[in-house]
Design a protein around this ligand. Structure first.
Ligand SMILES: Cc1cc2nc3c(=O)[nH]c(=O)nc-3n(C[C@H](O)[C@H](O)[C@H](O)COP(=O)(O)O)c2cc1C
Length: 261
């Protein structure tokens, strides 16, 4: 069974490819599952030989917030030791994403059998000094990704495990100091955002439809951002007319979403 979270389509693409190569059912969106179960546990049945695969982007050197919220409520009925694997997509480095996820899984009585990262185009544009990849870098990452995902699928099929992440420098600082601050102040349930919309907005409502948390709502044909943004960047990166901006930062930034979306 494959669960995924994805803001701009990289992780959705990876989850779909894994499901095809492994002959599994369509991946299930954790954002939908959290909406379907507004409180209490999200309970699932797994066959004896079945495994659980979690696919998500790395956000601030840890798992994306919604995947962690999902895991904090995840329950496998009559759990009999089925393997849990994680595949994260990242622009460059993941820090100790595996440790953070492993700790969350342990609280639910589950252990992480294997964790892989796949480099994909960067979608983080909300801070000065960060931005989408140059065209050639983006294309090279997209060209390399299918073989990388297929290799992960083969490892899972062979019941291999272990940690296969691009950790990067100073993981302790990034995953143990910066990541908790990011989760608390920028991606928490009460977080406010600096998103706003320009006059070029055509009122199509895509930003509201793709928002996984219901933070974006349409009022009088224009989007408004409430609280609870998890910084997935779907609204800003998927706007068809580039009308969404974040503070005064993104006017000069590029935009990215996976070409299959
Ligand atoms: C808020 C945020 C934080 C991010 N932090 C990291 C990071 O720490 N390391 C990294 O390599 N990429 C980081 N990225 C880039 C994404 O992990 C990467 O582009 C991912 O493939 C996007 O997946 P998606 O299209 O499924 O949302 C970040 C992106 C966002 C939006």
């Amino acid at each position: 069974m494959i669960f995924y979270f994805s803001g701009t389509g990289n992780s959705l693409w990876a989850a779909r490819r894994l499901s095809r190569v492994l002959g599994q059912a369509e991946p299930v969106a954790v954002a939908d599952e959290l909406r379907r179960h507004p409180s209490g546990d999200c309970v699932y049945e797994l066959g004896g030989g079945e495994c659980l695969i979690l696919v998500f982007p790395v956000h601030s050197w840890g798992p994306a917030e919604l995947m962690l919220r999902f895991v904090s409520r995840l329950s496998i009925r009559d759990y009999a030791g089925q393997k849990v694997y994680a595949v994260c997509t990242c622009g460059d480095t993941c820090g100790w994403t595996d440790r953070i996820l492993g700790e969350a899984l342990r609280k639910r009585g589950l252990s992480l059998a294997g964790c892989w990262s796949v480099r994909m185009p960067n979608n983080y544009i909300l801070m000065k000094g960060f931005g989408v990849d140059a065209d050639d870098v983006r294309e090279a990452k997209l060209a390399a990704a299918p073989a990388a995902v297929d290799a992960v699928a083969e490892a899972i099929r062979a019941h291999e495990g272990g940690v296969h992440l691009t950790v990067g420098s100073r993981p302790w600082l990034k995953s143990r100091i910066i990541n908790p601050l990011f989760r608390r102040f920028l991606a928490g349930p009460d977080s406010r955002t600096k998103y706003h919309v320009a006059d070029t907005c055509i009122g199509c409502g895509l930003c509201a439809r793709v928002c996984p948390t219901g933070t974006v709502t349409m009022k009088g044909g224009r989007p408004e951002w409430g609280r609870g943004c998890v910084q997935c960047t779907a609204c800003i990166n998927r706007c068809p007319v580039r009308a969404v901006e974040y503070g005064g930062i993104t006017q000069t930034q590029g935009r990215y979403h996976h070409p299959d979306l």
